[in-house]
Design a protein around this ligand. Sequence first.
Ligand code: SAM
Length: 242
Amino acid sequence: MKNDQARFFGAAAAETYDDLCTGDISATIAFLEDRACGGPALELAIGTGRIALPLAERGVRVDGVDISPAMVDRLRAKPGGDRIDVTIGDFAEVPVEGLYRLIFVVFNTLFNLGSQNDQVRCFENVARHLTEDGVFVVEAFVPTFLCRLRDDQYVNAESIEADEVRLDVLRHDAATQRLYESHVSLSNSGVRLFPVVQRYAWPSELDLMARIAGLSLKERWGGWSREPFNSASAAHVSVYGR
Ligand SMILES: C[S@@+](CC[C@H](N)C(=O)[O-])C[C@H]1O[C@@H](n2cnc3c(N)ncnc32)[C@H](O)[C@@H]1O
């Protein structure tokens, strides 16, 4: 699974990643800056620096971990990218030295760790790298959409343009809690697949992982603007600490 992730986020994905992720991140940055309390901060799965770079611009020292050299090359090519200390490795291991006031993993990426064991290991290793008052912030989806799947799968037309059609296809394996998904681009130049495999967990399972690691839930929000978390929430922002 780990090697698959490096392959999934290879050169082709790195090339298009920032063009596809264009949402407003101002609330995310404000939330993380507040929780960093001056830093230092560590982003697990830092990717192209979509979040880390604007956070660093606010004066917070941000280090990162990522398994994909292609994604990190993109980060390096951006203004300020050469000032971020990135370790190439598996974020389940948190392969860095030192302590952080904030460690964070956003955009559902905790679920890129393909097993419960790796996710628990991640919580345990995060706990080892938090300062006494440090926090671990996780942003992830709530898998409420599963009950709307038919035959444990879906196909969704994400965009239909004259020169390109983009489909999102997904299969669910209930036994392993895995989602096998691919964004498929169809155009006259050919078919391109952008696959991703995720092992999802309900918020309550993440809370148990935190407890195993000696952490507990301090706050849970329905989004970065501190929307209330309730049964209608499609995502959560959870803050764990000692
Ligand atoms: C969806 S991108 C998120 C990047 C960035 N955090 C953001 O929000 O834009 C997922 C990133 O996770 C990285 N990744 C996936 N599995 C990993 C693992 N086991 N260890 C380190 N990085 C991993 C990929 O290389 C990719 O850069």
